[in-house]
Design a binder for this molecule. Structure first.
Ligand SMILES: Cc1ncc(COP(=O)(O)O)c(C=O)c1O
Length: 366
């Protein structure tokens, strides 16, 4: 008998696996360096609030039982926080999971998913997973081009993913143009406003998007505890959604998708408002300081509303540049051509990054 092998769906084979970076410890070991600084994944350099760490320590004993499958207390807390009803809130194992669950719940083969080029990587894998068609509209000057997206709407468009602020460019769309765009979208097409970096942005620019969820019924707003709340390692994100979507997510999600510690950590994080504010103030101050420092070294920086800076570096090959920086103990994220994305660390980490960039650029010139 000939041995066969399991057949993986063609659409799954078309998905590029996520390329995990090496653990920092491994990079240090391989390069024989110490104290490497990772500025590549838009994490919060302050980490979780002390109140969160305390709550997590106290909750460690709960690891033996299944978590609350309904995230009851966290939904209540988020409801209060957002001045919404708990029933309007969805919670996932990171907002990543919510993006996938929305695809699972809504997409039929051949449906279209509309998004922007140069945006968050999961928007490109969700349609592939569901055998749907990805339409990614070019950006305009590093901004999501809502007018072009409106022109790309068809009868088959089922989901629109908009990262606002956008990752990796750090730019935002103005609330007026967002509202105008949403008004053009037919009711049967879901607009997903992914606000993973909401807290870092100027609130006057961001507006009150959960209001749009109530008004339009075809809008979902996603946020996360991974960034300004410093809980990336716990994996927890949430969304505000109309009833039909809340109901659909309940059907497709795994029952215990959000673990105990994530639920407890997130509740404590909502109480630790001072820590969140401090994290946001640090990122805002550093993106302005680092923006100037990088521009002074010939980088063309894109104005950012997030905890990172996207820029065109004064080099030809961002891959080589990032490897050279890694040898100096600085890990950043290279993008196409000479583009790079640098997460804002602490003042000390960022100063180290600037010194390393200077040294690497100096070697290029010499
Ligand atoms: C735009 C955007 N959306 C969603 C996510 C996923 O966040 P989470 O950690 O909640 O899965 C990220 C993470 O980097 C992001 O940049």
């Amino acid at each position: 008998m000939r041995l066969g092998q399991p057949r993986v769906r063609a659409c799954v084979r078309s998905i590029q696996p996520y390329q995990p970076g090496k653990p920092v410890e491994e990079v240090e070991r391989e390069l024989g360096i110490r104290g490497a600084v990772k500025l590549a994944s838009n994490e919060n350099p302050l980490g979780p609030a002390p109140l969160v760490i305390q709550a997590l320590k106290q909750a460690a004993g709960l690891a033996g039982v299944y978590p609350d499958a309904g995230c009851y207390y966290l939904r209540q807390a988020l409801g209060q926080h957002l001045k919404l009803r708990a029933e309007e809130i969805i919670i996932g194992n990171g907002s990543d999971e919510l993006l996938v669950l929305l695809g699972l719940a809504l997409l039929e083969p051949g449906d279209e998913v509309l998004t922007s080029q140069m945006s968050f990587v999961v928007y490109y894998s969700v349609p592939r997973l569901m055998n749907a068609k990805l339409i990614a509209v070019p950006m305009r000057n590093y901004q999501i081009d809502l007018e072009a997206m409106a022109r790309a709407l068809t009868r088959k468009t089922r989901i629109i993913f908009i990262a606002n602020p956008n990752n990796p460019t750090g730019t935002v769309v103005a609330p007026g143009s967002l509202r105008k765009f949403i008004e053009k979208v037919p009711g049967k097409c879901l607009v997903v406003l992914d606000e993973a970096y909401y807290e870092y942005a100027d609130s006057r620019i961001m507006g009150q998007t959960p209001d749009l969820v109530r008004e339009r019924k075809n809008v979902v707003v996603l946020r996360t505890f991974s960034k300004a709340y410093g809980l990336a390692g716990l994996r927890i994100g949430y969304g505000v959604a109309p009833k039909i979507i809340v109901d659909a997510i309940e059907r497709v999600r795994e029952p215990f998708n959000v673990n105990h510690l994530a639920q407890i950590g997130a509740r404590a994080a909502l109480k630790a408002r001072g820590h969140m504010r401090q994290s946001v103030e640090l990122a805002r101050a550093e993106r302005s300081r680092m923006g100037k420092a990088l521009a002074g070294m010939g980088f063309k920086t894109v104005p950012s509303q997030t905890n990172f800076i996207f820029a065109q570096a004064p080099i030809r090959d961002s891959q080589k540049f990032s490897v050279d920086l890694m040898r100096e103990g600085i890990i950043i994220r290279p993008f196409a051509g000479s583009h790079v994305r640098i997460t804002m660390g602490t003042r000390v980490q960022n100063d180290k990054m600037i010194r390393a960039v200077k040294r690497v650029l100096g070697n290029y010139i010499n």
